[in-house]
Write a protein that binds this ligand. Structure first.
Ligand SMILES: *Cc1c(COP(=O)(O)O)cnc(C)c1O
Length: 385
């Protein structure tokens, strides 16, 4: 972080990277985010701490696309990453860089998933890890932090409040504060989603990228990735239009975007099932909004009910049990298509940021219970419903 409190971003010698990095050479490289190491911040790639992260599938969403009349709808499934969310990307690069810099202990506030991911990578790097979480965060992620040997504490408050506690505790130099955008390397990890989407689409930019936005690191990162690829001269087409999706229960970015503002006003009483996007005031709000304005994108708020409905659609139509954050992108897409903001022949990428397996409470298990000596019949008419 800059002394003035603003985030710092990493920039690269793109001309130099052009020599070492070629499209053909890339196809022979390791199938993880480290394949783009010239555009990642490690001085020595062998300092990378890896659990096999990256190169997640870009799936066609044929059945849900057909329903919307979209021919080219894709879902980037980040649920298959280590610890089940795309937070693994930020953690892999962030922890690797911390290790390269000789950091011995890290600390962070989290709504759950980042804590799980950073705990795992810190364990692998041999770095002490201190995690603070709102007490209402998904309990699976608490168990994960403990399983990875992190020091966990819970707070009766929201993530920005936990952040201030971490900041005070770190000010004595006891641990390196790795909160969202306090250090510049997490964005670098998350931007690799953008590299992969481009590579998987044959270096043709999608028209629209839909992203569930909390702290905004993913959105800022993917936007940065697309700019770097354009500088490399690798991609064809305009910059994609970025869509920031939030829950109506916590939508500071949407509110700011509607007003054409450059930063967010802190959201009062934030509340949503999509815990990963429950961020009342992102530190990088001005960068998120800049990405939206710069790309002629937009911001959309969807109700939790719409999110859970979209989650069921993705499960039943695509075989994907997504996290509610990921499902929010389909809920937003429904709106954008019906408003005509998206054309039916445009290429659209939804980012599913994590697996629904981490949110078991989002699906209520209400099914018939039989005695073992009873017989069951299958009503085939249900199949075609
Ligand atoms: C953290 C998180 C988000 C939001 O990501 P940002 O990069 O902070 O905007 C979305 N989905 C899930 C599952 C998350 O854990």
């Amino acid at each position: 972080m800059c002394r003035c409190g603003s985030p710092l971003l990493v920039s690269y010698d793109i001309e130099g990277a052009k020599e070492a990095l070629t499209k053909r050479g890339l196809s022979r490289r390791v199938k993880s985010l480290w394949r783009y190491h010239e555009l990642l911040p490690l001085v020595h790639p062998e300092n990378g701490v890896s659990l096999g992260e990256g190169m997640t599938p870009l799936l066609t969403a044929r059945r849900s696309g057909e329903e919307l009349g979209l021919r080219r709808l894709f879902i980037k499934d980040e649920g298959v990453l280590p610890t089940g969310t795309f937070k693994a990307r930020g953690a892999a690069v962030g922890v690797s860089k911390a290790k390269e810099l000789g950091v011995r202990a890290i600390a962070m506030p989290t709504n759950g998933n980042a804590g799980a991911a950073w705990s795992a990578y810190a364990a692998r790097a041999g770095i002490e890890c201190y995690i603070g979480m709102p007490k209402d965060a998904p309990s699976v992620t608490m168990a994960e932090c403990l399983a990875y040997g992190a020091h966990l504490f819970l707070v009766d408050g929201h993530i920005n409040q936990v952040g201030r506690m971490i900041e005070r505790a770190c000010s004595e130099g006891s641990a390196y504060n790795v909160s969202t955008l306090r250090e510049p390397y997490r964005v670098e990890g998350k931007k690799t989603m953008g590299f992969e989407v481009s590579e998987q689409l044959g270096w043709r930019n999608p028209d629209v990228v839909v992203y569930p936005t909390g702290g905004g690191v993913g959105l800022i990162g993917v936007h940065k990735a697309m700019q770097e690829l354009a500088e490399l001269g690798w991609t064809q087409g305009d910059m994609p239009r970025f869509v920031a999706v939030q829950s109506a229960g916590c939508a500071p970015v949407v509110e700011a975007w509607r007003k054409g503002a450059r930063e967010c006003i802190p959201w009062e009483n934030p509340k949503t099932v999509a815990f990963g996007i429950n961020v009342p005031k992102p530190l990088g709000d001005f960068l998120i909004l800049e990405s939206l304005y710069d790309s002629r994108g937009c911001a959309v708020a969807v109700e939790d009910g719409e999110i859970l409905k979209a989650q069921r659609t993705l499960g039943a139509k695509e075989g994907l049990f997504t996290c509610p954050e990921g499902a929010s992108t389909l809920a937003a897409l429904n709106r954008l298509v019906s408003e005509g903001w998206i054309d039916r022949d445009e290429t659209v990428v939804l980012l599913n940021t994590g697996s629904g397996i981490k949110y078991p409470e989002t699906v209520r298990v209400e099914v018939p219970l039989y005695r073992a000596d009873q017989s069951v019949t299958f009503d085939r008419s249900l199949d075609s419903a």
